[in-house]
Design a protein around this ligand. Structure first.
Ligand code: NAD
Length: 294
């Protein structure tokens, strides 16, 4: 299959390379030429615009930051929509607003182009080894057609519902992860100030009910004060904003998400927006005047 791939950042580049390794021809486009060059060096093709890419591709994958970036890639002058013809498809793997996904699907349907929202979880390491989890919003027949392509990048691919359901699922994931990191940081702060080593607390509780993948992946970073991303706070703020907007749009209160959002906003105000989201622990260190590392 000829697969157009737009957005070759932390996640998109390794995902595009996995599509290529599986035997597909990747046609790459990004605002950064050096990122396109890396895909070409690995045997792919480069494009000068979304339009040129879409003309050569059977299906176009986008992996961009947020809804406005996807809208720009798809519908701006010389964008993807200008190069698409009926029977092709767009798979948006970015984490964006589910309402935007439904809007893009409706606009592409007028061209006879299928659309699925297919955001992912698992960070850069899982993108590199092809073990991300993909949550999909699509019609069953569109899902069936492109599931094998998604499996070249992922260990699990789950159809959650119709268009938009993938991003609803992703927002749920991001709410749970943010609240979980805050809970872990709060508990470790208590332990440290009460004179108990948080690493001992982690070892004692990690296989019990409080244990989680988040706890396992983020505790080491917290204990070493290593907040290199990973997943940047500024991207998590974007996800929580979409989660709050969507929750309020369907008349749901999300108090814990709001608290996690304000903690991250406070970190951003202190210049920590490029830190990993485990940097929520830094906020607890600031307000409690206590480092969590030795
Ligand atoms: P990133 O900022 O590293 O990469 C985005 C890329 O898109 C950049 O290379 C940028 O130049 C390019 N781009 C933006 N607009 C463009 C346009 N109109 N045309 C062409 N190229 C354009 O972001 P990332 O970390 O790879 O994340 C991508 C998406 O995946 C986000 O929605 C993020 O929330 C989600 N996500 C990230 C992680 C993670 O750990 N980084 C994990 C799961 C999901």
């Amino acid at each position: 299959m000829n697969v157009g791939f737009i957005g070759l950042g932390i996640m998109g580049k390794p995902m595009a390379l996995n599509v290529q390794k599986a035997g597909h021809t990747v046609i790459a486009y990004d605002h950064h030429q050096d990122r396109i060059d890396e895909i070409v060096a690995a045997g792919g093709k480069g494009a000068k615009s979304g339009k040129e890419l879409a003309e050569q591709a059977d299906v176009v994958i986008t992996m961009l930051q947020n809804s406005p970036n996807v809208e720009d890639a798809l519908f701006s002058e010389n964008g993807v929509a200008e190069g698409l013809t009926a029977g092709k498809a767009v798979i948006d793997m970015s984490s964006i607003s589910p309402l935007a996904s439904r809007d893009f699907a409706a606009r592409l349907a007028k061209l006879g182009v299928d659309f699925m929202d297919a955001p992912v979880s698992g960070g850069e390491p899982k993108a590199i080894d092809g073990t991300i989890a993909v949550m999909v919003g699509a019609d069953q027949k569109v899902f069936d057609k492109y599931e094998p392509l998604l499996k070249t990048m992922a260990s699990t691919v789950t159809l959650v519902g119709g268009v938009g359901a993938g991003n609803i699922c992703k927002l749920a994931n991001q709410m749970i992860v943010a609240i979980n990191i805050a809970g872990i940081s709060e508990a470790y702060s208590l332990a440290k100030k009460a004179g108990v080593d948080p690493e001992n607390v982690y070892q004692a509780i990690r296989s019990g009910l409080a244990g989680s993948v988040v706890m396992d992946q983020k505790s080491e970073k917290i204990f070493h004060g290593d907040f290199t991303p990973g997943f940047r706070i500024e991207l998590h703020i974007k996800d929580l904003q979409n989660a709050l907007d969507t929750s309020h749009g369907v008349n749901v209160a999300a108090p814990f998400t709001s608290l996690a959002m304000e903690i991250m906003q406070s970190l951003k105000a202190h210049g920590h927006e490029k830190d990993d989201h485990s940097g929520i622990a830094e906020w607890y260190e600031m307000v409690n005047g206590q480092k969590l590392q030795d």
